[in-house]
Design a protein around this ligand. Structure first.
Ligand code: 2BA
Length: 108
């Protein structure tokens, strides 16, 4: 058995969870925050039999999108002490996916 840990953008999470549950996969949705942008995202935990791993990964790939985000970055200060900002473009996945071996699984 595998545990698939997938971080997706908040905008995609409902769609992805619907697709997973429609196909009979069980999923836990956890609210998370990216360490770089400090913006909300969603981390999904999907426990599956090994044979279903590739199917879940391709479902994640087809139902989550890459998007551009704009991050304010301080570029200096004006003579009267106001901070000047520029916006830096950052491309965010898609999905960031980890596949972990599950040593033991039980439900009580
Ligand atoms: P964030 O950490 O907020 O990162 C958002 C996007 O910022 C990343 O998109 C990447 O394009 C960029 N980025 C991140 N760190 C960077 C850095 N040190 N320098 C330049 N650009 C950087 P994704 O790679 O698609 O990642 C989306 C989210 O997935 C991340 O949000 C984070 O929550 C998670 N993630 C990505 N890689 C991870 C990892 N190795 N471990 C744990 N979580 C990860």
């Amino acid at each position: 058995m595998k545990l698939i840990v997938a971080t997706v953008q908040d905008q995609d999470s409902d769609y992805v969870v619907n697709k997973l549950t429609e196909r009979g996969y069980r999923v836990t949705q956890v609210g998370s925050t990216g360490g770089f942008l400090r913006q909300g995202n969603t981390t999904l935990l999907v426990g599956v039999e090994d044979a279903h791993t590739d199917a879940v990964i391709s479902l994640l790939a087809t139902s989550s999108q890459r998007r551009m985000r704009y991050m304010p970055m301080a570029t200096g200060t004006t003579p009267n002490g106001m901070t000047l900002y520029n916006y830096v473009e950052v491309e965010v996945g898609g999905a960031t996916i980890f596949v972990l071996d599950v040593e033991h699984f039980e439900q009580i």
